[in-house]
Design a protein around this ligand. Structure first.
Ligand SMILES: *[C@@H]1O[C@H](CO)[C@@H](O)[C@H](O)[C@H]1NC(C)=O
Ligand SMILES: *[C@@H]1O[C@H](CO)[C@@H](O)[C@H](O)[C@H]1NC(C)=O
Ligand SMILES: *[C@@H]1O[C@H](CO)[C@@H](O)[C@H](O)[C@H]1NC(C)=O
Ligand SMILES: *[C@@H]1O[C@H](CO)[C@@H](O)[C@H](O)[C@H]1NC(C)=O
Ligand SMILES: *[C@@H]1O[C@H](CO)[C@@H](O)[C@H](O)[C@H]1NC(C)=O
Ligand SMILES: *[C@@H]1O[C@H](CO)[C@@H](O)[C@H](O)[C@H]1NC(C)=O
Ligand SMILES: *[C@@H]1O[C@H](CO)[C@@H](O)[C@H](O)[C@H]1NC(C)=O
Ligand SMILES: *[C@@H]1O[C@H](CO)[C@@H](O)[C@H](O)[C@H]1NC(C)=O
Ligand SMILES: *[C@@H]1O[C@H](CO)[C@@H](O)[C@H](O)[C@H]1NC(C)=O
Ligand SMILES: *[C@@H]1O[C@H](CO)[C@@H](O)[C@H](O)[C@H]1NC(C)=O
Ligand SMILES: *[C@@H]1O[C@H](CO)[C@@H](O)[C@H](O)[C@H]1NC(C)=O
Ligand SMILES: [Ca+2]
Length: 588
């Protein structure tokens, strides 16, 4: 099918060149109108149209994409909603008509941004595959300058609901709908073919945006790629401060060297459980079941002065007020209290009745923020929440305050904040609707992946959503029959050793997926099922090696030291399924 489409478009190529279509006059002449089925009540500001040619634009060393050099026309314009006094700017990178392959790709952001996903590489990545590729500023005034957390409240006590819905899913859906119509007009699609293939790609917040489009704008996409989605928003945002609060609740503050020593020992102990000693813990399920942290009791630890204090980066990576603190030289032996704290972190956030509030990170991933050295009191204390606390101050309490006072905050407070957040944002930000029937029945395909050593968004949270979809859509089928049905259109991949939408310095031999768009295109356009996906090693001695990632619920195992198989074991599966028992309502 691909070759037919491509052949048809070589016809366009002879008719038009990049320079002939990349003018404001041409773009203005092909702007979508209401007859192109764009969202109702939208007015495009025709005076805002820009068109600029980029040639030999190159991107290299992007985690998510192979190196590329592309030519395209950058088109942008603004629109507003009827009577809303708003202004939303969309931008589309239109490939050279020579290489246009009848595709549209929508992209999103990360942390509190709605655009420029993968450090800006997603836009170019789409163009490299012949896709007109788009992003939106969501109505937050300056490209790259204003983030959603800057506009979520209008002032103390007043939420900015239009911005919340734009961020939740609406702005991206509009950008896609407008972008598809523009692409059809721009390349004269439809003259010879009837279908423009449409996709979305994103990771982290971009992964949430991906899932939100599958849930809330299913008609717009043929294929959606969702990485490490920060989707269960009320839980996820509070979970960024779970480890420090759990530590505070227990009242014992292990020095940073203890965490580091335990993580290193865990990697060493668990590396070989996957059948291959390569520095990658590809079976954190077996590690969780078989490595007993309490064997570390009494082991000595020693770290030089100045080593890092924070083992993981919070999801709100934009640390607005990060205080730099020097870590003193440390030595000692691991105590029973240290072990108890780490065991508590490895089993997730629990309320005071012991019921599970949220998922832990996998062993070896780290715990997010934990403890820092306070040079004033000369003692260990919990990490300041920095911008991770503003979910509570701004989004829940609607106070224009960034710093959350952590004094006396307990696990039960976190649970209460989560329930409050779910209630407040259930139909905008929560992004957990499990009924994907509309997406499935129009032929949509979902490729969902998550790094197993993610210390920002727990990978078992992704599995929990996959399970929710399975249970809601295939309630009569067994676990394996239901997964078999789901795998026809919604596949999940755990990426061994990978960090949060990033490679992992602690496990440099682990591959990271860089061919996801290629897999999705083949799945949608040629029906090639991604039984495994590629993951490319991007650092260390094996750089460039392409590994295969198994589809959940199967897991990798190396037989005879070098042949990888995808095996499925009930006990391994159960090590990654957690029940969120702390809630009265089901949490999908
Ligand atoms: C459509 O196809 C016809 C015949 O295959 C070709 O002559 C024409 O140039 C094509 N038009 C476009 C817009 O591609
Ligand atoms: C782009 O690269 C090609 C091939 O290297 C070269 O011929 C061309 O002059 C370059 N164009 C620009 C605008 O740099
Ligand atoms: C996107 O990211 C790149 C690289 O960080 C940066 O140069 C560019 O200005 C960003 N663009 C937007 C629209 O934020
Ligand atoms: C919040 O406070 C900051 C700093 O004082 C100020 O710049 C900003 O305009 C305020 N935002 C709102 C929505 O009040
Ligand atoms: C908003 O509330 C915060 C704390 O509750 C306060 O410090 C700040 O002065 C208030 N801002 C305005 C503009 O009232
Ligand atoms: C943990 O391992 C890393 C990477 O090998 C190393 O740099 C670090 O010094 C180790 N830390 C401890 C406490 O063993
Ligand atoms: C351990 O730390 C103490 C001070 O806290 C220091 O006197 C001692 O030399 C250190 N030992 C080692 C082996 O680093
Ligand atoms: C996966 O990697 C192999 C080996 O490098 C490559 O031949 C293949 O094209 C890749 N698959 C996709 C979908 O990119
Ligand atoms: C497995 O392979 C590694 C690297 O090739 C080698 O060092 C190791 O000895 C092998 N282990 C076994 C059990 O064959
Ligand atoms: C796991 O399952 C595979 C088959 O999928 C089987 O060969 C293997 O023995 C099982 N391993 C364990 C530890 O049960
Ligand atoms: C979760 O709940 C299910 C159904 O009640 C139960 O079968 C399973 O054992 C529970 N899992 C855990 C880890 O408690
Ligand atoms: Ca290994």
């Amino acid at each position: 099918m691909y070759s037919v489409v491509a052949a048809a478009f070589f016809g366009v190529a002879t008719a038009s060149s990049l320079s002939s279509v990349c003018t404001t006059d041409y773009v203005t002449s092909v702007l979508p109108t209401s007859s192109d089925d764009i969202p109702s009540g939208i007015t495009i500001d025709t005076s805002s149209v820009t068109a600029s040619i980029y040639r030999n634009y190159s991107v290299s060393d992007a985690t998510f994409w192979e190196d590329m050099t592309i030519n395209f026309c950058e088109v942008s314009f603004a629109y507003n909603h009827q009577n809303a006094d708003d202004r939303i700017v969309v931008q589309y990178w239109m490939p050279d008509p020579d290489s246009f392959a009848n595709r549209f790709l929508a992209t999103g952001g990360a942390a509190y941004t709605i655009n420029n996903g993968s450090g800006g590489a997603d836009m170019a990545g789409g163009v490299a595959f012949g896709a007109a590729t788009g992003y939106t500023d969501g109505g937050f005034p300056h490209w790259g300058g204003t983030d959603f957390d800057d506009v979520v409240i209008l002032g103390n006590g007043t939420a900015n609901w239009p911005a919340i819905y734009n961020w939740g899913y609406r702005a991206i859906a509009e950008m896609t709908q407008i972008g598809k119509a523009l692409t059809n007009n721009f390349f004269d699609v439809g003259t010879n073919t009837t279908k423009l293939y449409s996709y979305f790609i994103g990771c982290s917040e971009g992964g949430r945006e991906a899932i939100s489009q599958a849930q809330r704008a299913p008609e717009l996409y043929d294929g959606i790629v969702a990485g490490a989605p920060a989707m269960r928003y009320a839980q996820q945002q509070v979970n960024h401060i779970a480890a420090p609060v759990q530590i505070q609740t227990m009242g014992h503050y292990p020095p940073s060297c203890v965490f580091e020593t335990v993580i290193n020992a865990t990697i060493n102990a668990c590396d070989g459980m996957d059948g291959k000693v390569d520095g990658v813990v590809a079976r954190s399920d077996l590690c969780f079941q078989n490595f007993d942290i309490s064997t570390m009791l009494g082991k000595s630890y020693s770290c030089a002065e100045g080593s890092t204090t924070s083992l993981g980066l919070g999801y709100g990576k934009k640390r607005k007020r990060q205080s730099s603190s020097v870590t003193p030289a440390q030595n000692g032996t691991i105590s029973a209290k240290d072990i108890a704290v780490i065991q508590d972190l490895l089993t997730g956030l629990k309320d005071s009745d012991g019921n599970l509030v949220y998922f832990p990170f996998q062993p070896t991933a780290g715990f997010g923020d934990t403890t820092v050295w306070d040079s004033t009191t000369e003692s260990w204390t919990i990490t300041s929440p920095n911008s991770n606390g503003e979910w509570v101050t701004k989004f829940l309490h609607w106070q224009n305050v960034t710093e959350l006072d952590m004094t006396g905050v307990t696990n039960d407070d976190l649970k209460a904040w989560i329930v409050e957040g779910m209630t407040l944002y259930m139909d905008s930000l929560q992004t957990t609707l499990p009924d994907l029937t509309p997406f499935h029945s129009k032929g949509g395909r979902l490729l969902h992946f998550h790094g197993e050593a993610d210390s920002s968004v727990p990978p078992t949270g992704s599995i929990h959503y996959h399970e929710s979809v399975r249970k809601v859509l295939y309630p009569e089928l067994s676990f394996s029959e239901g997964n078999e049905q789901l795998n026809d259109w919604y596949r999940f991949y755990l990426v061994p050793g990978a960090a949060h939408c990033a490679i992992n310095a602690e496990q440099p031999n682990a591959g990271f997926p860089r061919d996801n768009f290629a897999h999705m295109i083949q799945w949608v356009e040629e029906d090639v099922v991604p039984t495994t996906i590629n993951a490319t090693v991007q650092s260390g001695a094996n750089e460039g090696e392409v590994q295969k990632i198994c589809t959940w619920p199967s897991r990798p195992y190396w037989k005879d030291n070098n042949t990888m198989i995808c095996e499925e074991n009930a006990s391994s599966v159960s090590a990654m399924l957690w029940n969120l028992t702390a809630y009265v309502m089901p949490v999908y």
